[in-house]
Design a protein around this ligand. Structure first.
Ligand SMILES: *Cc1c(COP(=O)(O)O)cnc(C)c1O
Length: 397
C-alpha cells in the first residue's frame, strides 16, 4: 500500500519501506497493524485452494502478515532470494542446519562460535549421525585440511565472540563451493548495515534479530536468508518444528530495523573510539577490535565491512575485586546478558558464553579471567569514553 514506486533507492531509504505491503484501503494506516490471529477465515473450498496455490494466509504456523513483512524486509536487507523468520536466533540456526544436513554428513565449523551453536553441533547433531570438525576459520589452510568427501556445510560468524576476529568470507565461500558444500554465516554482530555475507558468496546468512538488528532489547527473534531452494527446505521444516516468529515479535523487530542505519554505524564509531581510547589506558592489558591497526584482520575488516562493528573486548588485570569495583564505578554502561541494544552493555565471557568451557581451553583462545566484552550503544561518544576512563581510574589507580 505504501509503495508509490518500484524505483530503487539507497539502502538508507529503501530499508524504511521494504516489507510494508499491508493492503487495507479502508483505513490505510501509516504503521502496519499487528495480526494477532491464529488463523484466517476462508470463504469456501475454492478460496481455500486459491490460498494454498498463492501461499496465502490460512494458519499462523505457516504464514502471518507480520512475519511475511519481516521476511520481505530481511530478504531485501541481506540481499538474498528468500528468508524465514524464527522465534529466536537459535531457532533460525537450528532450523537451517537441520534442513541442510542428514545422517552421514559432515560439517566444518569455526571453533569460536556463539556457545549454543557449538552445543547444537556437539550435543544434538552428533545424536543424529552428523559429524562436525572444528577449526580456526581465520586460517584457510585449516579449513581446507578439514574438508572430507561427505562435507556438506561450512559454518562461521562474520565476527567471532568474544575475541572479535574476522573471517575472510569470500575465501571461505570459494573453498565451500569448490567442494559442493554450502556456506552458512551468522551475521548477528555486524548486521546488514555493515556487511552482507551473501555478497561475498555465502549461501545462507542467519541473524539473531534479538541483538543489533532490533536494537531495543525488547524482543527475541531470528532469521535466515539465502538461496530460494535452501530457504524453501528450511521453511518446510520450520512448519513441522514450529520455530516461526510470532506476530508481535515480527512487528517489533521490523520496527526496530527501520532505524538500523542510524543506530549500527553510530554503535560502530562509538566502539572504534572506545577501543582507541582504552588501547592507550595504562590499566587495560589488551583491546580486541578490528578498528585497531594491530588487530590481525584490520585490513580484511576494512575491505569487508562498512564499519568495524559495535562489539569489542578488553583484558583487565585478573583481579576479581578490582573488576567488581570497575563495574560498579561505571555510570551508565552496565552488565546485561545480551548485546546490540541502544545502551552500552558489558558481559563476562568466563561466566556467560564460555561458562562450560574448561579453563585451559578458553585460555588457548584468549579468554582470560580478566576479559570483558563490550557492546556499544548510541550514547554521546565522549560521555561513553569518559565513563570507562573514569571507572578504570577509580578501580585501578
Ligand atoms: C545471541 C546470538 C545467537 C542466538 O540468538 P538468540 O536470539 O538468543 O536465540 C546466535 N548467534 C550470535 C552471534 C548471537 O550473539
Amino acid at each position: 500500500m505504501y509503495k508509490k514506486t518500484d524505483k530503487q533507492f539507497t539502502f538508507e531509504t529503501d530499508i524504511l519501506s521494504k516489507g510494508i505491503y499491508i493492503n487495507d484501503p479502508a483505513t490505510n494506516p501509516e504503521a502496519p497493524p499487528i495480526y494477532m490471529t491464529s488463523a484466517f477465515n476462508v470463504e469456501d473450498l475454492d478460496d481455500l485452494q486459491a490460498r494454498y496455490d498463492a501461499h496465502g494466509f490460512c494458519y499462523n504456523r505457516n504464514r502471518n502478515p507480520n512475519r511475511n513483512a519481516l521476511i520481505e524486509l530481511m530478504t531485501y536487507a541481506e540481499n538474498g532470494e528468500a528468508s524465514i523468520a524464527c522465534s529466536s536466533g537459535m531457532a533460525a540456526i537450528s532450523t537451517v542446519v537441520f534442513s541442510a544436513v542428514k545422517q552421514g554428513d559432515h560439517i566444518v565449523s569455526d571453533m569460536t562460535l556463539y556457545g549454543e551453536t557449538i552445543d547444537i553441533f556437539t550435543k544434538v547433531l552428533s545424536q543424529y549421525g552428523v559429524e562436525v570438525t572444528f577449526v580456526d576459520f581465520t586460517d584457510l589452510e585449516q579449513i581446507k585440511a578439514a574438508i572430507q568427501s561427505n562435507t556438506k556445510l561450512l559454518y562461521t560468524e562474520t565476527v567471532s565472540n568474544p575475541m572479535i576476529t574476522v573471517v575472510d568470507l569470500a575465501a571461505v565461500a570459494h573453498i565451500a563451493h569448490k567442494h559442493n558444500a554450502i556456506l552458512v554465516v551468522d551475521n548477528t554482530f555486524m548486521t546488514c548495515a555493515l556487511c552482507r555475507p551473501i555478497d561475498f558468496g555465502a549461501d545462507i546468512v542467519v541473524n539473531s534479530l534479538t541483538k543489533f538488528a532490533n536494537g531495543h532489547s525488547d524482543s527475541v527473534c531470528g532469521s535466515a536468508t539465502g538461496r530460494a531452494e535452501l530457504i524453501k527446505n528450511a521453511h518446510n521444516l520450520q512448519v513441522l518444528l514450529g520455530t516461526q516468529a510470532d506476530p508481535f515479535s515480527s512487528w517489533l523487530v521490523q520496527r526496530g530495523i527501520r532505524t538500523i542505519e542510524l543506530r549500527v554505524p553510530k554503535q560502530s564509531t562509538n566502539a572504534s573510539a572506545l577501543a582507541h581510547a582504552l588501547a592507550k589506558s595504562p590499566y587495560v592489558l589488551k583491546v580486541n577490535h578490528p578498528s585497531l591497526e594491530d588487530h590481525p584482520q584490520h585490513e580484511l575488516a576494512k575491505k569487508q565491512f562498512k564499519g568495524f562493528g559495535g562489539m569489542l573486548s578488553i583484558e583487565l588485570p585478573d583481579n576479581r575485586e578490582k573488576m567488581n569495583k570497575f563495574m560498579r564505578a561505571l555510570s551508565f554502561a552496565h552488565y546485561a546478558m545480551t548485546l546490540g541494544g541502544y545502551r552500552t552493555t558489558l558481559a563476562y565471557p568466563v561466566m556467560s558464553s564460555h561458562y562450560d568451557v574448561p579453563r585451559e581451553e578458553r585460555l588457548k583462545i584468549g579468554i582470560t579471567d580478566g576479559l570483558l566484552r563490550i557492546s556499544c550503544g548510541i550514547e554521546n561518544t565522549d560521555d561513553l569514553v569518559n565513563d570507562f576512563l573514569n571507572a578504570l581510574e577509580q578501580a585501578y589507580k
